[in-house]
Design a protein around this ligand. Structure first.
Ligand code: NI
Length: 174
């Protein structure tokens, strides 16, 4: 190694993850607060519950990374009543998650994280580096996509997320 400081795997991930968080904030900012209880189908989450889920994923997943295991059924669900409350909670959770992730040096990134069902059966076992990309990032992106469809169905403008939308062409993006 030369004198250049190597960028850790955690810092590489956080560069991507902060962009994802920005997408979440743009989605939250676009949602009409008066439709907080709306859902597109009886089996779907409400707007408020889907937003809360996106925030709690970051908290739960980053905590499980520290504890080396995610145990289903041991996480409290927090209802969110307003956009301001949601944004404050999201900022608090993101800051905590970034601190947790930053504490992992490249060696700790190889540590396994197990997913354990309430009956004790292990259903997944991944090293932290892969776990962050699939379980945290993949899961959040999945629900971001759902929220963007909610926006279209609610007939409110869809913001620029990972590219232009029908409402925000490239020329007007950002
Ligand atoms: Ni989910």
């Amino acid at each position: 190694m030369g004198v250049l400081q190597a960028v850790t795997l955690a810092e590489q991930f956080l560069g991507i993850w902060n962009v994802d968080f920005d997408v979440t904030l743009r989605l939250f900012g676009a949602l009409p607060e008066e439709r907080w209880d709306w859902r597109p189908h009886p089996k779907s989450r409400t707007v408020g519950d889907l937003c809360a889920h996106i925030v709690e994923i970051e908290d739960w997943i980053s905590r499980a990374m520290e504890e080396e295991a995610f145990r289903f059924g041991q996480h409290e669900v927090r209802p969110v009543e307003s956009r301001d409350g949601l944004l404050a909670w999201a900022a608090e959770v993101h800051e905590r998650a970034v601190t947790r992730i930053r504490a992992f040096d490249d060696g700790k990134m190889e540590r396994p994280v197990r997913w354990v069902r309430p009956d004790g059966v292990e259903i997944m076992n991944l090293p932290v580096a892969g776990y962050l990309h699939t379980v945290l990032r993949g899961h959040v992106i999945h629900h971001q996509g759902q929220l963007s469809v909610y926006l279209r169905l609610l007939d409110v403008p869809v913001p620029y997320l990972r590219g232009p939308s029908a409402d925000v062409p490239f020329a007007a993006a950002r």
